[in-house]
Design a protein around this ligand. Sequence first.
Ligand SMILES: Cc1cc2nc3c(=O)[nH]c(=O)nc-3n(C[C@H](O)[C@H](O)[C@H](O)COP(=O)(O)O)c2cc1C
Length: 345
Amino acid sequence: MYNLIRPLLFALDAEAAHRATLYGLDVAHRSNFLHIVAKPPVELPTTAFGVRFPNPVGLAAGLDKNADHLDALGALGFGFVEVGTTTPRPQLGNDKPRMFRLPRHQAVINRLGFNNDGVDALVRNVQKSSYRGVLGINIGKNKDTPNEKAVDDYLFCLERVYALASYITVNISSPNTQGLRDLQEEATLRRFIETLREAQERLGSQTGARRPMLLKIAPDLSDTELDAIAEVLLAAKVDGVICTNTTIDHSSVADDPHGHEIGGVSGKPLFARSTAVLRGMRQRVGNQLDIIGVGGILDGNNAAEKIDAGASLVQIYSGMVYRGPTLIAECVDAIRHQREDTHAG
Ligand SMILES: Cc1cc2nc3c(=O)[nH]c(=O)nc-3n(C[C@H](O)[C@H](O)[C@H](O)COP(=O)(O)O)c2cc1C
């Protein structure tokens, strides 16, 4: 079904296609037609950072920034959905066009810049949604908040989303908010994470239900930077890490008409690098925390490779653009076969 719709969507500008798809999904969901495009959820129970997931394949952050489409996306068969990135105040993001498809490379370049309606709107949307599956909420900072005050933005969002989320992702790895990735620097990260960890535990006691908190990191990190981040994560006892966000390295798409567009590259060209960071992180943290593997999953084998590299769960975004919802069940099946082989072998 998606193969039929895809040429129509690809005739549109990438952001227009994105909006049309989500609108279509909402209509299909409300009219009970969604089963035509989607397969029923596939069960493959998985537990990570204390949360039980019906299957280990989730939707990555950024596709539904405001949780506007949670019911429809939640009906596609994902084991979990991550919404956001959300910021304290609404913001428009960068000027359009700011999202580009590179079909030859099965890639996307985006420089959206955290366009979103603000955390209060996201909270309202989650509250009125009927989705009862595992929900990640991804938080960030406003563009005009200086890095010295960034932690206040994250605390603001953390407090508002805490009780609604199954887990919270702290996003310090988008390349499209100037200076954001500097928060990954060791001394800054240490102070920043300690403050958020204290708030996480305080909110856990206040609400009576502790929520796991994950850090989402960039793929463009050196071995020394990875060493430092792993050390901070372990020292602060962070629940998990998401490897990775989009890359600023455009070398693999330089020959594409859109290859020069400023922004983060996702999709197939990101697979090797994001998987190497995931593997490197697993080697550094041992079994002390769980990792979500994301970046360039375009087929079931890619998903199984992420698990092999040390992920407990995987997420997809660009793969949804190129493959549509059938990719979800394909990834679950590949991970199931991998588990069966591991147990048999
Ligand atoms: C258009 C677009 C918007 C994104 N927005 C966000 C975001 O708001 N927050 C975030 O943490 N990641 C965001 N991402 C990154 C994805 O969550 C994911 O980490 C990345 O795209 C790699 O996965 P993929 O290769 O499957 O797309 C975005 C990606 C794309 C393509």
